[in-house]
Every structure is written in C-alpha cells, then in structure tokens.
Design a protein. Structure first.
Length: 480
C-alpha cells in the first residue's frame, strides 16, 4: 500500500502545473485581424491576476493589438497558428512613462510603456509560443516619430516586448517578425531565459541591459539593419548597473533582407553600417562581468564585438566556438574608449581585461579590418588571449595602407567602419598589456599588401604558432 501511495505521489508531482487557462476569446477577442483585441487580452490577464495567476491563451487566429500589460504570475501563450498583430493605430498604445532624469542612453532604452507588450516590476512572467508576434504597426526607425513623442522616446508602439525590473522571466518558442526598435528588451531584470526564439526584424533583435543571471539559447536572429544579440549596461535605471552572469549559447545570427529569413529565400542584405552580430555595448556605464558566449554561428553578419566606452569595467569574458561566413567589416573586435556617456562627475576610465577568444573559424571576411584589439594610451587592455583561430580574408589591401594612421578610439563612436581600414590585415593591436596569440592562421583570397600583424604599444605579448601570407616588402610582424 505504501508503495502504491508513493507511486501516485510521483505521478502527481511530475504532472504540469494545474494553473487555469484563460482563453482570450472568452473575454471577447475575435482573432479576425481587423477587430482590436488588446482590450480583451488585457481583461483576460486581469482575470487571471485576481486568481493569483495563470496562462492567458491566444488560440489560432490573428489578434490585432495595441499595448498588452503583463503582470506577475502570468504566461501569455500564443498557440500554433496564433498571430499577435501590432496595430498601426498609435492611440492603441500606452504613452511613454516619465523619466525625470538626464537621458544618457537612447530613447529606446529609456521608455518601456510605449510598447506592444510591457511589464515593470513583475515576477514569474512568461511569453511563449509557438505562435508569432508580427510588429507590422510598430515604430520602425528613429525618424518615424508618429507625431506623438513622449519625452524623447522614439515613438508610440516602439518595441515588441519590453520588460523592466522583472524577475524570473521566460520568453520561449516564439517567432517575432518586424519587432520595431527592439524585438525584445529586458532591463534591470534578474533570472531569465530566452530560448528557442526566432526573430526577423527591422532593428535590434535581443537587448539585455543591466541584467543578471540571464541565458539566451537556441535562438535564430536575423537583423539586416542593426545588432542581433546585444548586452548593454546603460543608465536606464538612473545609476550604473553591471550586466553580469550572462550566457549566450547555441544561437544563429544573420543579416539577410527583412523577411527573407522567415520565408526561406534568404537574400543577403547589402553591407550596411552593421548587419547582425553579437555585441557588448555600446551603452556600457555599468560594465560587463562574467559573460560566456559559445557555440554560435554568423552568416552575412558583422562579427563579435566587445566594446566598453562609458567608464564601466569589462572583465571575465569568454568567447568560444564560433563559426562565421560572409563577415562584414571585422571578425573579432575588442575595444575600450572614452566616449563617457554618463554623469560628468564620474572620472574613472573604461577598463577591459581578462578576455579570452578561442576556437573561431571565419570565412569570406571583409578586407576592411582584421582582428582589432585596442585599449587607450593611459588605460591599456589587460590580459587578452586569442587562440585556435582560422580566418580567411578577401584581401586586396594596398601598400599605402601599411603606414596609415589608424585613429585612436578616444571619444569616437566605436564602429570600425568609420575608423577605416586597419594597417594590418590579420591583427591590429594597440595599447595592450598582456596579449597572448596562439595557433592562429590567416589566409587571403587575393594578395593583401598590408602587414600581417601590427603591435602598437603592446607589452608582454606572446605570439606563437601564428601564420599568414606576407607580400613583397610587407612584414609578418611589426612592433611600434
């Protein structure tokens, strides 16, 4: 008898939660693509909240919607065949909340309520698929102000999903098409998982800002006009907050034309100021600590960028097992600078150190720049390791580029495209204390007459088992 009771206990313990489902059609949603259903969806959420929480379900259909306000202990679930369609009616979206503080960060990082789905200060919040969010009616670009700007926000209907100061967040199994300024932004959140999400969008895909204990896994992010997966540490919380303990794993980032990733035609976008990429920065007041990026693939995309330019600390960063093809502008970029976009009374310089990049294969890389590793004259990068890397460049660099005066990062916006070609095609490093480079092979499709490696004000370097072609009168390694 005791054994039977124990078996029954195990069976019930393994069963899914019995929290109630709230079908939005029971609250008046039509799902016909023309009736505005956001009122019904919000009513279903409110009903679930009165019972302590539950799952709000959108069954198959197209639900035209303005702002949806998520609450604690709510799962918003889009079933297969369900589409949440952002309306073009800007009056259907909430206005931006007041900020009442100097805006050191972009409007998209400052305001949250002017979004399709938002939550602030909630816990146990889930947004799940396999349905789709189609942000057709969302604000798409900085220039689209919609005539109703609130306190410097980009516009009403700004983002697809915006969560601020929430805990225990799950975003899973969704598809997001045309996500507005950000398809997903989480700011000041703790303990979260973004998993198996597919994004094909106008601007940024996933932004994680001032967050702790987050994972991004198994996601496919196509962003032809901006960044794919980005970590930031802005002043959106009115103080510097470190983004730390973050894992990005098993993700694909691409730069195909909008919509062509989802429809399967996969047409590469022409090289823009940036396409795709995984990036730390640019907003970096609080810095980054304990970050791991692994097992990711890049196609028709910029490479990996680690940028600390706003007086924070970027440390304990591991990047490993990356595969890149058709790389725009650069494959690997590590930099600090003194843009210092924050309160003027903060005088500490940006810091970058203890960064390891390993096991990278990159093919068909832009000839603009090789690997770039640059600190500042009075604050060099510390302890940078590059190992087991294979990079094939298009080549074609001319002799005159060898002696080019490559600009200091200083207060400039940290984008290699605007800095111009590097004087070395393989690796350009400047202002670094402790640089280890081992088991690295560079190749070029066409002859490149720049030097292979330039080390400028680099101390304590260890260069081992590094190869690359050297054309006439060029040098393999130049120290300055």
């Amino acid at each position: 008898m005791k054994q039977i009771i124990y078996i029954l206990f195990l069976l019930f313990a393994s069963m899914p939660s019995m929290a109630a489902d709230y079908n939005v059609r029971d609250f008046g949603a039509k799902g016909d693509g023309t009736t505005l259903d956001s009122h019904a969806i919000n009513d279903a959420i409110s009903a679930a909240v009165t019972k302590g929480g539950g799952r709000v379900v959108l069954p198959t259909g197209t639900y035209l919607s303005g702002t949806i306000r998520m609450k604690s202990n709510i799962e918003l679930h889009l079933e297969a065949g369900a589409i949440l369609l952002a309306t073009e009616d800007k009056l259907a979206y909430d206005k931006s909340e007041p900020f009442n503080f100097p805006e050191y960060q972009d409007g998209g990082h400052t305001y949250f309520h002017n979004s399709l789905i938002w939550a602030e200060g909630g816990q146990n919040i889930s947004i799940t698929g396999p349905g789709m969010i189609d942000g057709s009616g969302l604000t798409k670009k900085d220039t689209e102000r919609a005539g109703n700007v609130q306190g410097g926000s980009i516009g009403t209907g700004d983002k697809a999903i915006a969560l601020k100061q929430c805990s225990n967040v799950i975003i899973r199994d969704l598809t997001i098409f045309r996500g507005g300024h950000f398809a997903i932004i989480v700011t000041g959140c703790e303990r979260g998982n973004i998993d198996n999400v597919t994004i094909d969008t106008n601007r940024d895909g996933i932004d994680i800002d001032c967050c702790k204990f987050f994972t991004v896994s198994n996601c496919k992010v196509n962003t032809p006009n901006d960044d794919a997966i980005v970590l930031k540490s802005s002043y959106a919380l009115k103080r510097a907050v470190t983004t730390e303990h973050i894992l990005i794993n098993n993700c694909l980032v691409t730069g195909y034309k909008l919509g062509t990733f989802l429809d399967g035609t996969r047409v590469p976008e022409q090289v823009n100021w940036v396409c795709g990429r995984i990036k730390l920065g640019t907003e970096s007041n609080g810095g980054y600590r304990n970050i791991a990026i692994s097992n990711c693939t890049f196609m028709y995309s910029s490479g990996i960028a680690l940028e600390e330019v706003d007086q924070g600390r970027m440390e304990n960063i591991i990047v490993t097992n990356l595969s890149m093809s058709h790389v725009h502008h650069y494959p690997i970029y590590i930099t600090t600078g003194c843009r210092n976009r924050g309160p003027k009374e903060i005088i500490s310089p940006s810091y970058g150190g203890d960064i390891m990049v390993s096991n990278v294969i990159a093919q068909d890389c832009d000839s603009l720049a090789g690997i770039i590793v640059t600190g500042m004259p009075d604050e060099p990068l510390q302890n940078i390791s590059l190992s087991n890397i294979r990079i094939s460049y298009r080549g074609g660099g001319t002799v005159d580029l060898r002696d080019r005066d490559y600009r200091e990062q200083s207060t400039n916006y940290p984008e290699p495209r605007w800095a111009g070609p590097t004087p070395a095609y393989g690796l350009f490093a400047r202002h670094v204390n402790g640089l280890s480079v081992s088991d690295v092979k560079f190749t070029t499709e066409k002859p490149d007459y720049r030097h292979c490696i330039i080390l400028d004000n680099v101390k304590g370097d260890d260069i081992r088992h590094v190869t690359g072609p050297v054309e006439q009168s060029a040098q393999f390694l130049v120290r300055r």
